[in-house]
Design a binder for this molecule. Structure first.
Ligand code: DON
Length: 319
């Protein structure tokens, strides 16, 4: 009796196909000159705009890369995902749903209107009010202890010790009045868990973590691989927290453009104003791209285009 052939591993990606897709996207967009570096944080305006890198990592730890994948930059809002992972790990989904919220605000990432509209409730952990609140939920007796947990989670997902870009941290700390106002407003509505000033400072430090596109692809691949880092094989995040994390990335990962992103890719993703973008194809790959110039919503123009094409070429849309 003929045995059925073993099914090809539909849950992974063919390496030659991934190489072709990454190379094609890199070549297609390397000359594109659209968008503008974030300049509301002075240090970000100085990053060379022409930098462009793409990296893709499979659950088996294979790495495909093109362009400036070794250039470290501040991960900015991408850190929101990994701080949330720490909260889920320590306290579980229910606390996040109750204390922060998981609905999309539909507003800009630093919207004060969103806080006002919901009186500090229903703040998605991937936009600033919810992210600062999530930082306030991380356990620890001191700021240093909280920071140690947040940075440990980032390091475990990246598979190496990441550092904080001191210049970005200083620059952003001097110009983050809006985030301080957001935390204080939530506090006024008695919706802020913990000390708002400490949380804003640690949130700002998280935004200033420096990583390169390859690191971010490993972090994305950790999410694609059920929370296990595909390079170090360490279980960085419990598998049971991955669906919730990916769900909030799908609802709010690209802020008020999250619907457009989902429409085009079907994949959870997260952007940062430093120009980084990660996307997760569960079981198949994690991908990251880096290019500083942003569109009006604060998302990297070239990184979005490159990842959209790669995901299309690799048939990654699950819908
Ligand atoms: O809170 C801020 O203003 C930034 N440090 C992070 C925002 C961000 O990355 C928005 N991203 N697209």
């Amino acid at each position: 009796v003929a045995r059925a052939k073993p099914k090809p591993a539909a849950d992974t990606v063919s390496l030659p196909a991934a190489e072709a897709a990454v190379k094609a996207a890199y070549e297609r967009y390397r000359g594109l000159n659209e968008g503008k570096n974030a300049d509301y944080i002075p240090a970000l305006a100085k990053v060379p705009s022409q930098l462009f890198g793409i990296a893709l990592v499979t659950p088996h730890g294979q790495v495909v890369a093109a362009g400036d994948v070794g250039h470290a930059f501040s991960i900015q809002s991408i850190s929101k995902v990994f701080t949330l992972a720490q909260v889920l790990q320590e306290s579980g989904e229910q606390l996040v749903e109750d204390a922060v919220g998981v609905d999309a605000t539909g507003q800009a990432f630093n919207s004060i209107v969103a806080v006002e509209q919901h009186r500090g409730r229903e703040m998605n952990p991937l936009v600033n009010p919810g992210a600062i609140a999530a930082t306030g939920l991380v356990k620890g007796d001191s700021a240093d202890a909280v920071w140690a947990s947040i940075s440990r989670m980032h390091d475990a997902c990246a598979g190496r010790t990441l550092s904080v870009d001191a210049e970005v941290y200083r620059s952003e700390s001097e110009t983050n009045q809006r985030n301080r106002a957001i935390a204080m407003l939530m506090s006024a509505y008695e919706r802020f868990p913990g000390d708002p000033a400490q949380a804003v400072d640690l949130y700002t430090r998280g935004c200033s973590i420096a990583a390169n596109a390859r690191d971010l692809a490993v972090m994305a691949a950790t999410l694609a691989n059920g929370g296990r880092n595909p390079i170090t094989r360490t279980q960085a995040i419990d598998n049971r927290h991955i669906p919730g994390l990916l769900a909030v990335m799908a609802t709010a990962g690209l802020y008020d453009d999250s619907g457009k992103w989902l429409f085009r890719t079907g994949l959870p993703a997260k952007s940062g104003v430093g120009g980084g973008l990660i996307a997760v194809a569960p079981g198949r790959f994690g991908v990251a791209a880096f290019s500083p110039p942003l569109d009006a919503a604060g998302n990297s123009v070239r990184a979005q285009k490159a990842i959209i094409d790669i995901c299309r070429d690799l048939g990654a849309n699950p819908y």
